[in-house]
Design a protein around this ligand. Structure first.
Ligand code: GLA
Length: 385
């Protein structure tokens, strides 16, 4: 805790020391009062059992509009202007609740209780074996199981500049121990920052890795590839994995590999390079070890055609960059568009995959939440154009 506070203080100090343009200072001032921030709450439809689902809309003074639904705590759309002032939705997803109920790609969702993979669907805590997790990504467990946090109904309430959603995951749900109380807050400010902040507490030790899983295509045209976007990831290492994308416990250096995004590279540039990790992932689907500590730069994604840029910050040790390799044109999304191969990508800030089975490996983060502790994950997506 002490550590987090001191890192945050350092970041604040560095940011203020760096100054920033007059325009940014102005934004920051306006941001604190948030004059344009009101959240609209509307009915979004009903689940099969008749339960009503709400959708929350909030915007900023620069033309950005975010929508979040209680189902799956999903960011259903994010509209962002481009350099010519064209405002477009930059996320994959569906037009209505009926569509979202068919969401098997985790479009826009809050994923948990443990985002990413757990080898063989089992883990052990304090000598107790938990082996009832769904094997929903043969031969492993993925994204919390058959009915993870992306497919449950959260309870939303409007807050200043956004929405707060809560969910209680019961002891034994999807095979995980402990009653987990989860809160996710999405807000949008006049500095063009979409913030996603997640906290959780438990009454029994449990693995926790809650992940925001938006799919981005910054061109605003979801029929086009994201292989032309420029990606930067400040990381010296990525996690080496087996063929089923379970980390083998080693950190692999990115230098001289297609995994080096330190200087900013076009995503598609090296995607066909002879590389065993690229073969295993069917493209990019790996976890990078983000340099540094505390709330810090995790990635930058830029569409050179429209100028739209997303600068991502988080306080997590890793970022999973998934290049949309499993999109195959079968999911029909917003406006009837069939989402084709690599037409969107995800930058999922998180603890490392399979950390529950790597707790003895000093290179892996602690992912076990104990009673009395609070899990906390902040992700800030700041847009410019
Ligand atoms: C994550 C995983 C991918 C895939 C997508 C959703 O990014 O790492 O392998 O499961 O989610 O399809």
């Amino acid at each position: 805790m002490k550590h987090t506070i001191s890192s945050l203080a350092l970041v604040t100090l560095l940011l203020s020391a760096c100054g920033g343009s007059k325009e940014e200072d102005q934004n920051a001032k306006e941001d604190s009062s948030n004059p344009s921030q009101t959240t609209n709450v509307e009915p979004y439809g009903k689940l099969e059992d008749g339960t009503e689902v709400k959708i929350f809309t909030f915007s900023n003074k620069n033309g950005m509009i975010a929508k979040v639904t209680e189902y799956g705590a999903i960011l259903t759309s994010l509209e962002v202007p481009d350099k010519d002032g064209n405002v477009k939705d930059v996320t994959h997803g569906y037009d209505d609740l009926a569509g979202w109920l068919t969401n098997t790609s985790y479009f826009g969702a809050t994923v948990g209780r443990y985002g990413n993979r757990i080898a063989g669907g089992k883990f052990e805590i304090d000598g107790e074996v938990y082996d009832q997790l769904a094997i929903n990504n043969e031969p492993n467990h993925l994204h919390g199981g058959e009915k993870g946090f992306d497919k449950v109904l959260w309870k939303g309430e409007a807050v200043e500049g956004g929405v707060r959603l809560t969910y209680t995951s019961k002891d034994g749900e999807e095979g995980y121990p402990g009653n987990l109380q989860v809160s996710v807050t999405y807000t949008l400010n006049d500095s063009n920052e979409l913030k996603w902040v997640c906290t959780a507490t438990t009454d029994k030790a449990t693995p926790v890795n809650i992940v925001q899983h938006a799919y981005w295509n910054l061109s605003g045209d979801p029929a086009t590839t994201i292989n032309d976007h420029i990606l930067t990831i400040p990381a010296k290492y990525f996690l080496s994995t087996d063929q089923n994308l379970i980390p083998d416990g080693n950190l692999a250096e990115v230098v001289n590999t297609p995994f080096d995004f330190n200087a900013g590279s076009v995503i598609g540039e090296r995607i066909e390079a002879p590389s065993i990790p690229l073969q295993f992932g069917k493209g990019y689907d790996h976890c990078w070890v983000v340099d540094g500590e505390g709330l810090r730069h995790a990635a930058t994604l830029k569409d050179p055609k429209t100028g739209r840029t997303m600068h991502l910050q988080s306080d997590q040790p890793g970022v999973q960059f998934y290049g949309g390799n499993f999109l195959d044109g079968t999911a029909t999304g917003k406006g009837g568009v069939k989402y084709a191969h690599r037409t969107a990508c995800c930058l999922e800030t998180q603890a490392f995959p399979d950390s529950p089975n790597k707790q003895d490996n000093p290179a892996f983060p602690n992912c076990i939440l104990k009673p009395g502790e609070t899990y906390s994950h902040t992700m800030v997506s700041k847009f410019s154009w």
